[in-house]
Write a protein that binds this ligand. Structure first.
Ligand code: C2E
Ligand code: CA
Ligand code: CA
Ligand code: CA
Length: 279
């Protein structure tokens, strides 16, 4: 069918070629990015809605490509995973987050816990616990200042093993939250066994608040579930006052999103810590 129009066919072909070439290029460029210092971390505050203060932050990787400019982690993290480059990037993120916290403390700032996103490979790497300990020790940080975010999907392949890994981390005093909660397939039976401290409600449930009644019902249910199981709860992707008011009314007081702050660089985050959120 595609051959009927020779032109369309070659277009399609060229498109495929370009996509493959794009990925290969990105992959090659990723190989140099670490050594060239093209990565940085951005920090997005987690906010107590009632007090208006910063109670934590999430570290998010940024890649400034020399020609393309900023490349989204949603685009390059999967490429890094396929190319076997994720391990080095993961190690960098963990080390950099801890070193940055140490720098802020050296400036005399009182910092909240900073959470780091774990990749599936990192979660299942038997050396994770030791790497976390080493990164904390090198930066002379108390354990409670580092938190980790994992997704439900990482737990799915081998639940017993996942619980074991989580137990090792919590034994160190590290808090772990379940990111993108509600989009994976964690069964409630397992949820009660996971030693995690917080559920992070995915942005897709927040987007259409307060108008979408079904999303509203899901939020109310997750907040109740979290409360009854002893998890903290946090909402991500909060962009409007209407969303924030609805969430607060439902009992979800900790929020993260553009309404409060975009992810910002280390200096700007230090400024937020010292002077508070604007407004
Ligand atoms: P995530 O962990 O769910 O991170 C939240 C994403 O939502 C971030 O995108 C953040 O910038 C964005 N966001 C925050 N507030 C709002 C809002 O109010 N509205 C909207 N529309 N978006 C908001 P980002 O930084 O592009 O990261 C995308 C994903 O890439 C992350 O999703 C995470 O899965 C992954 N990622 C980012 N940094 C790292 C990292 O250091 N390591 C690993 N393994 N993955 C990372
Ligand atoms: Ca996250
Ligand atoms: Ca998330
Ligand atoms: Ca996400």
């Amino acid at each position: 069918h595609a051959k009927r129009n020779g032109h369309a066919f070659s277009c399609f072909d060229a498109d495929m070629d370009r996509q493959v070439a794009d990925r290969v290029n990105l992959e090659n460029d990723l190989r140099h990015a670490l050594a060239d210092g093209q990565f940085s971390l951005a920090f997005q505050p987690k906010v107590d809605f009632h007090k208006g203060c910063i109670v934590g932050a999430e570290a998010l990787i940024r890649w400034r490509h020399p020609e393309r400019g900023q490349v989204s982690p949603a685009l390059f993290i999967p490429v890094a995973e396929r190319a076997g480059l994720i391990g080095a990037i993961d190690d960098w993120v963990l080390g950099q987050a801890c070193d940055q916290m140490a720098q802020w403390r050296a400036m005399g700032l009182d910092i909240p816990a900073i959470s780091v996103n774990l990749s599936p490979a990192q979660f299942h790497d038997g050396r994770l616990k030791d790497k976390v300990k080493a990164a904390l020790a090198r930066a002379h940080l108390p354990t409670h200042l580092l938190e980790l975010e994992i997704t439900e999907t990482m737990m799915a392949s081998d639940v017993d093993r996942a619980i074991e890994i989580l137990s090792q981390l919590t034994a160190l005093g590290i808090k772990v939250s379940l990111d993108d909660f509600g989009t994976g397939y964690s069964s409630l039976a397992y949820l009660k066994l996971f030693p995690v401290s917080a559920l992070k409600i995915d942005r897709t449930f927040v987007d259409d608040l307060p108008d979408d009644a079904k999303d509203g019902a899901i939020i109310a249910s997750v907040v109740a579930l979290a409360r009854n199981l002893g998890f903290a709860v946090i909402a991500e992707g909060v962009e409007t006052q209407g969303q924030a008011d609805f969430l607060a009314e439902q009992g979800c007081a900790v929020m993260q999103g553009y309404l409060f702050s975009r992810p910002v660089d280390a200096d700007a985050f230090a400024h937020l810590l010292a002077h508070g959120l604007p407004g």
